[in-house]
Design a protein around this ligand. Structure first.
Ligand code: MN
Length: 204
């Protein structure tokens, strides 16, 4: 059985960039629902119930067809939100350091150019979805956008998602209404770069 992870900070921690009400609903309602529906789907595919979420999402084609759609949507939702919460922290203002900073400059030209490309991916994702910074198995960096609750490991299990941004309306509508670009700009103030760096350096 999958369970809702605790947030590593209070609902108010990301104010004013991401408001407490949004955080609370997003965590206790949206993420909880993904967990509950994933568990319900896996009751019909018990051979998958003891696998890690990563293993399940990397092998969706082997999950019984009857529950594959539900596992993709709700399992994706669980994985994506778990990664998202851990990627955030109260006002950080620092950027990437060390190896990650170096690789960003190598692959995108500069940190500013990277931010611009990431923002474009997040802004231009039509409808609901996510923007991602991923490391390839060669440890180069790429920006990817995915629809719905899809994520990069579903299509390429060698990719290592370092940072994800939820651009579903439920992630920002209470505070920003239709102004997705304002929410995307605010996101850069609350990134836990130490965590992102850790994901980059601890992968093989
Ligand atoms: Mn969400």
């Amino acid at each position: 059985m999958f369970t809702l992870p605790q947030l590593p900070y209070d609902y108010t921690a990301l104010e004013p960039h991401i408001d407490a009400k949004t955080m609370e609903l997003h965590h206790t309602k949206h993420h909880q629902t993904y967990v509950d529906k994933l568990n319900a789907a896996l009751e019909k595919a018990p051979e998958w119930a003891d696998k890690s979420i990563e293993v399940i999402l990397c092998n969706l084609d082997k999950v019984p067809e009857e529950v594959r759609g539900a596992v993709r949507n709700h399992g994706g939702g669980h994985y994506n939100h778990s990664l998202f919460w851990e990627s955030l922290m109260a006002e950080s203002h620092n950027g990437p350091t060390a190896k990650l900073k170096e690789q960003i400059e190598k692959d995108f030209g500069s940190f500013e150019a990277f931010v611009e490309q990431f923002n474009a991916a997040a802004t231009n994702q039509f409808g609901s979805g996510w923007a991602w910074l991923v490391a390839t198995k060669e440890k180069t960096l790429k920006i990817i956008a995915t629809p719905n609750q899809d994520n990069p490991i579903m299509t390429d299990m060698t990719l290592n998602p370092l940072l994800g941004l939820d651009v579903w309306e439920h992630a920002y509508y209470l505070k920003y209404q239709n102004r997705r670009p304002e929410y995307i700009t605010a996101f850069w103030n609350v990134i836990n770069w130490q965590k992102v760096e850790e994901r980059f350096t601890t992968s093989e």
